[in-house]
Design a protein around this ligand. Structure first.
Ligand SMILES: CCCCCCCCCCC/C=C/C(=O)SCCNC(=O)CCNC(=O)[C@H](O)C(C)(C)COP(=O)(O)OP(=O)(O)OC[C@H]1O[C@@H](n2cnc3c(N)ncnc32)[C@H](O)[C@@H]1OP(=O)(O)O
Length: 302
């Protein structure tokens, strides 16, 4: 318990308070409770939270169409939902999945990193850091049910989970592809990957910006299971049951023991990391790369 308190992420309350203010300022309702068990089922515009069959598990569905890009609004809503679940002792595990067909998450929202001002970049990056810290250090069992494409920030999000299940579909590629955009994965993205697949495989994957198809993702250890698309959710719940068979306190302390040093590296230099991001992303050459990449994405359609 003492460890759990020590590990609380600084500024979380401030970020969430800010998010609520921003939501209120936009004049939309923050939360809509629904169903007979309204206290446990809640939704924001972009994140749907449903209790799983047994009640101890919640299913968080990302619904920021078309591609679940991690916009600032999405991140703030996601963080509020996660905090609600962390604070509700009834929940011990969360399955994170996508409500958008064929895409788990397209990663960071490129529109938040292109053509904005330094203040916006700083606010956005703080929210991205917060997402990673809150997920990586979560006391809950997190299972990522990856039912579609999962590049860059989407992959980072999945990597924070305790287990990853990937759908066996040609669209379900996963990896940190930042270099393909002409940008660089920050050290804490890299650390999370190294902790999962090891140093050599990470070096290759990061430099080449590899997006692994299912069989290769399984082979390199980026995901733990590959199953047909219609079995992703049931597999996630079955794996969850296995993890929930372990006493929480022992599992949580073990998870903290494995992850705390990695998280502390960022916690100790959060502000410097924000400044690095702002100056990197503001460079003309980086803005140009992002512009070209965004144009390529648009041209893909035509
Ligand atoms: C010195 C060191 C200092 C380090 C400092 C830090 C440096 C910065 C680090 C930043 C780390 C970045 C992490 C990221 O996550 S960047 C985002 C990477 N994401 C991608 O590359 C994915 C791009 N998207 C796709 O490949 C496809 O969209 C996808 C396969 C996901 C889905 O394909 P589909 O065909 O279904 O959909 P479309 O491509 O037609 O897309 C639909 C619309 O959505 C827009 N879109 C797609 N992805 C994004 C995105 N990530 N952000 C914003 N918008 C996105 C796309 O343009 C389409 O829009 P329109 O309908 O308007 O055309």
């Amino acid at each position: 318990m003492a460890l759990a308190v020590r590990m609380r992420v600084p500024c979380r309350a401030l970020l969430c308070a800010g998010a609520q203010l921003r939501g209120a300022a936009l004049g939309r309702p923050e939360w809509a409770a629904g169903g007979g068990d309204g206290a446990r089922r809640f939704a924001s515009l972009r994140v749907l939270v449903e209790p799983g069959a047994e009640g101890r598990v919640a299913v968080m569905k990302l619904k920021n169409p078309p591609v679940n890009s991690l916009s600032l609004d999405f991140l703030t809503e996601f963080l509020i939902s996660l905090e609600k679940l962390e604070n509700d002792k009834a929940f011990r595990g969360v399955v994170i999945t996508s409500d958008c067909p064929n895409v788990f998450s397209a990663g960071l929202d490129l529109r938040e990193m292109y053509g904005r001002n330094p203040g916006h970049y700083a606010e956005y990056w703080k929210a991205v850091q917060e997402l990673w810290l809150r997920l990586y250090l979560s006391n809950l069992v997190l299972v990522a049910a990856i039912n579609g494409s999962c590049p860059a920030g989407g992959c980072l999000m999945a990597l924070t989970s305790d287990v990853r299940i990937l759908s066996d579909s040609p669209k379900s590629v996963i990896g940190l592809n930042e270099t393909l955009l002409g940008i660089v994965a920050p050290f804490w993205f890299k650390d999370t990957l190294v902790n999962t697949i090891g140093h050599r495989a990470s070096e290759r994957a990061l430099q080449l910006g590899l997006l692994f198809p299912p069989a290769e993702a399984l082979q390199v250890g980026l995901v733990d299971h590959v199953v047909p698309e219609d079995q992703v959710q049931s597999m996630a719940l079955s794996v969850m049951a296995h993890w929930l068979a372990i006493p929480d306190h022992a599992r949580q302390l073990t998870k903290a023991m494995m992850r705390k040093a990695t998280a502390d590296r960022l916690i100790k230099q959060r502000e410097a990391d924000i400044q690095n991001f702002v100056s990197f992303i503001s460079r003309d050459s980086i803005q140009k790369s992002l512009q070209i990449y965004l144009e390529k994405l648009k041209q893909k359609k035509g």
